[in-house]
Design a protein around this ligand. Sequence first.
Ligand SMILES: [Zn+2]
Length: 104
Amino acid sequence: MRLDMPKKGQIIRVKRQPQRTCVGCKQVEGKRTLIRVVRRPDGIVEVDPTGRKAGRGAYVHQSLDCIEQAIASNALSRSLKANIGEEVISELRNLASSEDSEET
Ligand SMILES: [Zn+2]
């Protein structure tokens, strides 16, 4: 068995999964469980299901509770420093309701 010994001064991180804060409930989560909303360099805000679009991103759980909270508190627009269009809001709601199969 081979042991990978840490080099002097090297910081070992067990998990490298990026952590992001949901703008709705403020919980920190792994990126995969969150929907990314991006403000593109041209100022247009859109939902980014791939998480790869260029621009400033904000994250919200794929749950109606978090999405409604993020919209109601303006957390999403504050985080992105942009207005969130109706299409973006309805797209988020659609995403949440289509995937939210678990009853809580
Ligand atoms: Zn949340």
